[in-house]
Design a protein around this ligand. Structure first.
Ligand SMILES: NC(=O)c1ccc[n+]([C@@H]2O[C@H](COP(=O)([O-])OP(=O)(O)OC[C@H]3O[C@@H](n4cnc5c(N)ncnc54)[C@H](O)[C@@H]3O)[C@@H](O)[C@H]2O)c1
Length: 310
């Protein structure tokens, strides 16, 4: 199936949703896929709060909407606010904490007059292999999973009352298949897919939609950071084309507007997912062989680097 076919596919009873004039929050919007989603949303006529832990999000918003404003923060160096009727508003803070999410939504209410769509996109790669302790796991569970649960807990009751709303999670192909080299990334992305799926089926009759974006490699800071997690990065870059964030955003928004739940910027992931489901043991054996090959390549690489340093 082509990317266009996949992104445009929706079930007959999934109405099309235009993002024109929608009031949208995008988390993890300082860079990468989040910045690209915000850019594309604004190009399609939405008004957006770009939220990120990194103060760089104010520059990202300013580039989209000059003069852009800087919002307050959940404990992170507040910037002065400037009133603007623009489409891009920056908010600096932690989107994984309950306090941060409450503050973010209050900020969006103030600047946009409400929230129609929430893109839970912020994510971290977390520890390699098994991780070493609870703190390793808590950090990634908070950002990659609990942030989604907490945002939904704040927004779903409002959306039920309004009779509409759209929750879009950026999970990963790792949430359907696996992430070689990182148990925590794999597990939290599976959980993110499961959570979005549950929202989609539970609140459908309330007029609420959920979608989940499951890319393989995308050229962002997170993919570079995966280089420090052993074979994780090569597992992603070898598996398929590394897409530009802009391409992922454009495919994702076509699919969101078409009412699609499962958004696959790399359409070949659907075949891999089908193969996994049709013969789990065969898939496990194949992945184990693949992991062995990557570990060997990684070991040889490290030996060559050490030899070069001696
Ligand atoms: N890059 C890839 O290959 C790839 C593939 C599949 C899925 N994804 C997912 O895409 C999403 C976006 O990542 P990206 O690749 O654009 O990387 P990125 O590092 O450019 O963007 C992630 C952003 O999230 C922000 N962030 C992290 N924790 C936060 C917190 N607690 N509060 C607020 N902001 C926080 C970071 O500051 C960063 O700006 C992530 O969920 C990631 O897991 C990425």
């Amino acid at each position: 199936m082509s990317t266009a076919e996949n992104s445009a596919r929706s079930t007959a009873d999934s109405p099309k949703t235009s993002v024109v004039d929608k009031r949208v929050i995008v988390t993890g919007a300082a860079s990468g896929i989040g910045a690209a989603l915000a850019t594309e949303l604004i190009a399609r006529g939405a008004r957006v709060v770009l939220a990120d832990l990194s103060p760089a999000v104010t520059d990202t918003a300013a580039a989209l909407d000059s003069p852009a404003e800087s919002g307050s923060s959940a404990g992170v160096s507040p910037e002065p606010c400037a009133e603007t009727n623009g489409s891009a508003h920056a908010w600096v803070g932690d989107v994984s904490s309950v306090a941060g999410i409450d503050e973010l939504i209050a900020f969006a209410d103030d600047r946009l007059g409400g929230v129609d769509m929430y893109f839970a996109n912020a994510g971290i790669i977390g520890p390699g292999e098994l991780g070493e302790n609870d703190a390793d796991w808590d950090a990634i569970i908070d950002v990659n999973l609990r942030a989604h649960i907490r945002a939904a807990q704040a927004l779903i009751p409002r959306w039920q009352e309004a009779g509409e709303g759209h929750f879009v999670a950026t999970a990963s192909a790792a949430g359907l298949l696996t992430q070689i080299g990182s148990a925590a990334y794999s597990v939290t992305k599976h959980a993110s897919v499961g959570f979005a799926e549950w929202l989609a089926l539970t609140y459908r009759d309330d007029g609420i939609r959920a979608s989940v974006i499951c890319p393989m490699g995308v050229d962002t800071n997170l993919l570079s950071a995966a280089g420090s997690a052993g074979p994780a990065q090569s597992a992603v870059t070898e598996a398929g084309t590394v897409l530009a964030p802009d391409d992922v955003a454009s495919i994702a928004l076509d699919a969101v507007e078409a009412g699609t739940f499962l958004i696959l910027p790399h359409p070949e992931v659907l075949d891999m997912y089908r193969m996994k489901g049709s013969d789990y043991d065969r898939w496990l054996a194949g992945m184990s062989r693949y992991q062995h090959r990557l570990n060997e390549a990684n070991r040889l690489n490290e030996e060559t680097t050490h030899a070069g340093n001696d």
